[in-house]
Ligand binder design. Structure first.
Ligand code: WT7
Length: 636
């Protein structure tokens, strides 16, 4: 018998579970946690603190998450496929690992880390392609109790250095290069550049992927395949406390540099597993595919941990949706018989813009459940996905959550809950959402809109921001003491389904990637031409939001020079953050709309960027109302 994985099977069961999770959360979450492998059970299920942000789950318990992802499946699922790897180029070799094989590879990688001096609690940064060794390396860190911090392999050297230094990582894992569609990127070179400014790093372990020559720094860099030769394929799992750190993942906020969101072991494990099973309703013989990169939280919770915890077969795709052509997703689904497919609205919108034949020429018969995540999905994209991909027979679950929540918070359960396009739906058991007024009053009743907050801890709640708890407290627990503040606005419809409207803070969501406007401004301001800048989001057909930058330059910039200055600014942003943060529009201005106290009135800039310049609201408090007219005239 496989390890039992209780799942909610009907809407009545969901309602019952929801009620119990609110009435007696400790008993509810103790029952959910029961089937996992514990070295020692907890003393206390929950220590709640939504004021100071010191929340603990399953305190006193001892466990290792990889024993739950791998070891406990060996007896019943040892020969079942755990991981399928689909390479960037469909003509090259796929790789498949059974649970037994994956266990061996993880143990071997864990031994390489141990042999290289990695100890429990050490931070290991990973800057790697979407290859099996990335999944294996993440689990290998968890196996020995090292804290993994995966950095999406599109970030620049400067961004890597910021993250490595903040985490004080001692070891970095990377590869010779990566494939992204038709392009190859020499990631080791990017790491080398980053590490010029990272004194904490003493070892770099390089996985061979493209077979490219790389510079190996004597005494610091080693090849994984050489280290692995000596490494055994068994490795005892380190015993971890429930609240020991599992990983750090950097994400952008409305102020300053990205912060290291910290998740710990037991609560995250229970939450990733519970939400995965119930939202996607994955069956024992399903092939499940989440297209997110492991460098984002979706890849952590729903490509890796959630599926493996529940003993599923998870697909890891190296490539991009449009290579070799815009039918690639659908080709992969047919090729591997994918049953459950989870992707982002931006991917759907970009594929929608290509000829329909790209999708109609595949059968997609295996699909049973579709999901989306990362940003609001517009009505048109939802229907296209439901009609042409799901053939109107697959429920589309629109899953709302955040890096900080560890797993899905508001979503339909596939095939069980009511669906309403553009609405994420109802909260999962354990999640108690509220809508607040700006002053922090709870808004009762339906057909209402407000700030989305959560009034009770759930097992996957953020534990801290690495090295700076005060920042976590202020950001998430400070705005409305007693609540976790999400930063999103939401609407509750007449039947109680939630629709996420978007961020209410200075965070913009570009193709499902989060950036702080201040973070992009800081990057732009590094450019020698620039005195000051202001960045806002504006609606973008494919990306959801685009990046619009208003920039004041040192010298007047004539029409002839504008192109050159803009290119230079873009280059700076790419170097500071990465290609994913490139401004879509740059407008050079002579001034910014500021209040008399010097605060930039972003509301006005947003309206200009959106093209809504007829109703700018009250601008009488501006220091110099004249700049507004100039900005409108110069709009891109
Ligand atoms: C922000 C979190 C959670 C995984 C990916 C993004 C937005 C996320 C949805 C959705 C509308 C969504 C929110 C949220 N968001 N999912 N289904 N509908 N908006 O994680 O980078 O931490 O971003 O993404 O604005 O706050 P993230």
């Amino acid at each position: 018998m496989p390890v039992p994985h209780p799942r909610l099977h009907s809407f009545a069961e969901y309602e019952e579970a929801y009620r119990r999770s609110v009435e007696n959360p400790e008993q509810f979450w103790a029952e959910v946690a029961e089937p996992f492998t514990w070295r020692r059970k907890w003393d206390t299920v929950l220590k709640a603190d939504l004021v100071g942000g010191h929340n603990e789950w399953y305190s006193g318990a001892k466990l290792n998450i990889t024993e739950n992802c791998l070891d406990r499946h060996l007896a019943t699922r040892g020969n079942k496929l755990a991981l399928i790897w689909e390479p960037n180029d469909p003509k090259t070799r796929q790789i498949r690992y059974t649970y037994r094989e994956l266990h061996q590879h993880v143990c071997q990688f864990a031994n390489v880390l141990l042999n290289n001096g990695v100890e429990k609690g050490d931070r290991v940064c990973l800057y790697m392609p979407m290859i099996p060794q990335l999944a294996i390396a993440v689990l290998a860190c968890a196996r020995i109790g090292a804290v993994h911090s995966v950095i999406f392999a599109g970030f620049s050297a400067t961004a890597i250095a910021d993250r490595v230094n903040d985490a004080q990582a001692t070891v970095v894992l990377t590869a010779d290069g990566l494939n992204r569609g038709p392009k190859q990127i020499p990631v080791k070179r990017v790491v080398d550049e980053a590490l010029e400014n990272c004194p904490s790093v003493r070892r770099v372990i390089v996985v061979e992927h493209l077979g490219w020559p790389v510079q190996m720094r004597e005494g610091r860099d080693v090849w994984y395949h050489e280290e692995a030769r000596e490494a055994a394929k068994t490795c005892p799992a380190e015993e971890m406390d429930a609240e020991d750190m599992l990983f750090i993942l950097y994400t952008s906020g409305s102020t300053g540099k990205p912060k290291g969101v910290v998740h710990t072991t037991a609560g995250y494990m229970v939450w990733a597993d519970y939400t995965f099973r119930n939202v996607f309703q994955v069956q024992e013989n399903d092939v499940y595919w989440c297209t997110a990169d492991i460098g984002w939280v979706t890849g952590h919770s729903y490509l890796l941990y959630g599926p493996l915890l529940s003993g599923s077969t998870t697909l890891l795709f190296e490539g991009v949706p449009t290579y070799p052509d815009a039918g690639r997703f659908w080709e992969v689904i047919d090729k591997h018989g994918v049953n459950v497919f989870y992707t982002a609205p931006t991917a759907i919108r970009s594929l929608m813009a290509t000829p329909l034949d790209n999708v109609l020429s595949y059968s997609l018969d295996s699909l049973r459940v579709l999901g989306t995540v990362g940003e609001p999905i517009n009505e048109e994209a939802w229907h296209w996905y439901h009609t042409h991909v799901g053939k109107e027979r697959c429920p589309v679950v629109d899953t709302w959550w955040q890096t900080e929540t560890g797993g899905i918070m508001i979503s339909a359960l596939a095939g069980i809950s009511p669906l309403r396009p553009t609405h994420a739906g109802q909260p999962l058991p354990g999640v108690q959402p509220v809508l607040l007024t700006q002053e922090g009053q709870e808004i009762q009743g339906n057909d209402e809109e407000g700030y989305l907050a959560i009034k009770f801890p759930w097992p996957g709640i953020i534990r801290t921001t690495y090295g700076d708890h005060e920042r976590a407290r202020q950001t998430y627990f400070g705005p409305y003491p007693g609540y976790y503040f999400t930063g999103d606005g939401a609407r509750r419809d007449s039947t109680g389904l939630y629709r996420i409207i978007g961020r209410v803070d200075d965070v913009i969501n570009v193709s499902g990637h989060r950036f702080g406007t201040a973070e992009i401004e800081n990057a732009i301001n590094q450019n020698a031409h620039v005195v000051e800048s202001a960045v806002v989001g504006y609606p973008h057909d494919v990306k959801g939001q685009g990046i619009y930058a208003f920039v004041i330059c040192r010298e007047p910039v004539g029409k002839a020079d504008a192109g050159h200055v803009e290119a230079s600014i873009i280059e700076t942003v790419v170097a500071e953050i990465g290609k994913i943060a490139k401004p879509d529009k740059i407008q050079i201005v002579s001034g910014l709309p500021k209040t008399r106290s010097g605060k930039i009135m972003r509301r006005i800039l947003r309206k200009v960027a959106e093209g809504e310049t007829t109703n700018l609201g009250d601008i009488t408090t501006l220091l110099d109302p004249g700049v507004v007219e100039e900005i409108i005239q110069g709009k891109k």
